[in-house]
Design a binder for this molecule. Structure first.
Ligand code: DQA
Length: 143
């Protein structure tokens, strides 16, 4: 089983970016912890981060047939990227949308996700734990 974790714009700044909202852990540390957790489930993980919409579209396009599922935190692109929505539909892979923060408890523009409808499910508000819950959901889905 292979799972790809994609993080979008500004998530490379985790650890220093608004830690009161996103927590104090770096993306590197989170990815390492996820990798170790995945191992105990027999899952191979790959990690990809980009601040560029097109790079994320390319990555999802090339995931078809390579990965069994994707955990996606699209960052702000969540709220307006129809290109990401369309590539999720085209990929025909289970994609779990995740957010560290509870986007529904924040500014109104964050209440809208243009990708949720084409994702398998959505997990938000649990900090770093959102990714672990997403992995659990994907692994159970695949079994
Ligand atoms: C985020 C929430 C988004 O609204 C924001 O633009 C992010 C991070 C989260 O993980 O809480 O970059 O996706």
């Amino acid at each position: 089983m292979k799972v790809l974790v994609i993080n979008g714009p500004n998530l490379n700044m985790l650890g220093t970016r608004e830690p009161h909202i996103y927590g104090g852990e770096t993306l590197g540390s989170l990815n390492e912890r996820l990798s170790r957790y995945a191992e105990t489930h027999g899952v191979d993980m790959e990690f990809f981060q980009s601040n560029h919409e097109g790079a994320i579209v390319d990555k999802i396009q090339s995931s078809r047939g390579v990965f069994d599922g994707i955990i996606l935190n699209a960052g702000a692109l969540t709220h307006y990227s129809y290109a990401i929505r369309d590539v999720i539909s085209a990929a025909e892979l289970p994609v779990v949308e995740v957010h560290l923060s509870n986007v529904h408890a924040r500014e109104a523009f964050r209440h809208i996700s243009v990708i949720s409808a084409v994702c398998k499910g959505v997990i938000c508000g649990f900090g770093a734990k959102s990714y672990f819950l997403a992995l659990d959901a994907l692994v159970k889905d695949m079994l």
